[in-house]
Design a protein around this ligand. Structure first.
Ligand SMILES: Cc1ncc(COP(=O)(O)O)c(C=O)c1O
Length: 349
């Protein structure tokens, strides 16, 4: 029998039992739809406790929508979004950001999955030229697509560059919780305090079910304009939940009693353990620093199919035989040890 859990993605994990319980608790009687309900008010209060007052929060169903609508709120179609060349918005959203914003995405090379000011400044040109798209947003992913973590000073430097050049900093925080846990920072210290303007805040990968949020951090009064029309963008984007209470109660639970942090810390710890198991296997080469809940490794080509027969996972880069193994809130030490043993056997011809 195949193991109950594998290492393909934190998306493959189920819903955290506390969240499932909260959903059942919210499943009583009728409540007003579309967000005008006590669960939504309470969840928004929780966001304000974590991120501070003056923010605007909107719930959506998935991360792609969160990114697309967040970017849409910041841009006009003649503008451009600068992002990493492996950014989820660039490689994994089927062109949805381009479709919804009308903007060009400008991919730039990254270092260990991270954008640098130097790389961004290389593509910041054509300003005021009517023939050229106008860069308006720098988008970073935290944790990165290769599960590394931007240091606070790296985010700050990108924010400073963006703001000095009349651009915004968007953060795809599908795994922000893992990053904050890794850095030992609060959610606010990992985002707003570093100069992030709009955050796609992930819930699904951290134990929720179809619950993501777009969070606006206005720095000056005119920035309030950005979120003002978001209600309409969300509805046009088909992301307004009629039974909003079931998204809201999940966030309320995630943001209570440090559930977001405990789950992320656990997933990160399991990835650390997995790395330690793999370091003992000479045929396995770890590709990136293991800083959150994912391990990327190059392994002998023949071993990939052998391991996949028992454990489902994705090949990240076929040319390099690089695989991606992710841990979740529900990964156990036993899962990791068994997997490590299986990999060790599979790589011996
Ligand atoms: C970095 C990143 N951003 C966003 C998403 C959101 O994707 P989805 O639309 O599948 O929820 C994902 C999902 O894998 C992701 O890895």
């Amino acid at each position: 029998m195949k193991p109950a859990r594998s290492f393909a993605s934190d998306n493959n994990a189920g819903v955290h039992p506390k969240v499932l319980h909260a959903l059942a608790t919210a499943n009583h009687g009728h409540t007003v739809g579309y967000g005008d309900d006590p669960y939504t008010k309470s969840a928004i209060r929780k966001f304000k406790q974590h991120f501070g007052s003056g923010i605007d929060v909107f719930f959506v169903f998935n991360g792609t929508a969160s990114n697309c609508l967040g970017l849409k709120a910041l841009t006009n179609s003649y503008q451009a979004v600068i992002c990493g060349d492996a950014a989820h918005i660039y490689t994994d959203e089927c062109g949805a950001p381009e479709k919804f914003t009308g903007c060009k995405l400008i991919p730039v090379p990254t270092v260990n999955g991270k954008l640098t000011v130097e790389a961004v400044s290389q593509v910041y040109h054509g300003i005021g030229d009517q023939h050229h798209v106008q860069p308006r947003v720098v988008s970073i992913t935290q944790t990165t697509e290769v599960a590394t973590v931007y240091r606070p000073e790296e985010v700050k430097a990108l924010a400073r560059f963006a703001h000095d050049h009349n651009m915004f900093l968007h953060m795809d925080g599908a795994r922000l919780a893992n990053a904050a846990a890794s850095l030992g920072l609060t959610l606010r210290q990992s985002t707003r305090d570093l100069g992030v303007d709009v955050l796609s805040f992930g819930g699904t990968k951290n134990g929720l079910m179809g619950a993501e949020a777009v969070v606006f951090f206005p720095r000056k009064s005119e920035d309030k304009q950005l979120s003002r029309d978001f209600l309409y963008l969300r509805k046009q984007g088909m992301q307004l939940s009629s039974k909003m209470r079931f998204i809201s109660v999940q966030f309320e639970t995630l943001l209570s009693d440090d559930l977001w942090l405990r789950s992320a810390q656990h997933a990160n710890r399991m990835a650390g353990l997995l790395q330690r198991e793999l370091l003992d296997i000479p045929q396995v080469r770890i590709s990136y620093p293991v800083e959150a809940n994912g391990v990327f490794a190059r392994i002998p080509r023949a071993a990939i199919a052998k391991i996949q027969k028992r454990y489902f996972f994705y090949v990240w880069d076929e040319k390099q035989n690089m695989v991606r193994w992710m841990c979740s809130f529900d990964t156990t030490e036993e899962d990791v040890k068994q997997f490590g043993k299986f990999v060790a056997q599979a790589v011996q011809n």
